[in-house]
Design a protein around this ligand. Sequence first.
Ligand code: HEC
Length: 318
Amino acid sequence: MAGFREYKIGSRLFGIALGGSMTITLFFPSINIASVSSTDIALTKQLSVGHESGFNLDDPFMLGKNKPLSVSLKVDPMTNQPIDGGMQVYVYEKGTSFPAGILHPRILGEGIQELSVQQGHVTDAQKNVGAVFTLAKGTYQGKQYSYIDNLTATKGWTPADVMRVAKDEDVSDAGKGKTMFIREGCWWCHTLLPEETQDWQVFGAPPMLGDFNGESPTAFGSDRKAPDLLHVGSRNSSKEWMMMHFFNPRLVQPHSIMPRFDYLWGKTDADGKKIDFAKWRAEYNDYREGKRVTPPDVPSYASDSEIRGLIDFILSLK
Ligand code: HEC
């Protein structure tokens, strides 16, 4: 009989623990995620990366298709007049899927949502036409917010207008690059999440909750075997260094364990010439064995190559 009493006590304690934890979970959430406003970082990330950069039906093989381009605009595409200080715009060619904040402005947060819909006309954006977006500043109920402005609706700028005046060096393919970052598994070794420890001093400030509104997927990383990359573009903004490091990390870090990503160059270089990887590696081995004084040059990359997107993405991590 004593055993039965213990069973009763045990089951009551179990009930109290379960009920208590369910009550806390259901009725006392510590934070209501829907009430977190997007930071400028979240808005910029959404506009530059676009819709979903992991596996999805728009890009089943994760080739970086269906992505916007970030353009640093120097002249007004309508008047051809220079724009003072330039202007950052995000070009969604016809057929490109829009990010979560355009499809569901509610996730942008109070004030940003209202301004983006009422002044920015984001809900007028049409996928079968394409659209150009930018970040604008506005006031809602006496408070200042950044919001998303659909320039196609508010100024009549089409993707074609913007791309006509944009030079290749003003264009960043960071959206495609984030798909590369995920597909290539950079996150097995690298994090995008400095933590609130001594990390601050080395890798920079940790992100804020509102930095992630609408991002899909986030790429925090698993455990860290390599430097955190959230602010890598502020430490090192050299395209040339990135090219050497991705082609073969040992060119710049002799004992690096990072794999080479030379195949992201594709078959041909910037001039359309076939890249001879076997020759390059043979010359590199001669260099390692001391038979050459300098390593072979890293080929220039084509403007639509996968490595271009990846480098644009890494350098956009400021
Ligand atoms: C096997 C683990 C591993 C993988 C996978 C890996 N890396 Fe690295 N990475 C490292 C290590 C270790 C370092 C530090 C040594 C060096 O610079 O090579 C590094 C350094 C870097 C740096 C320089 C960091 C700094 O603080 O300056 C960048 C940028 C970088 N990696 C990007 C990438 C990207 C992008 C990918 C995916 C395409 C990737 N890495 C995949 C291990 C890895």
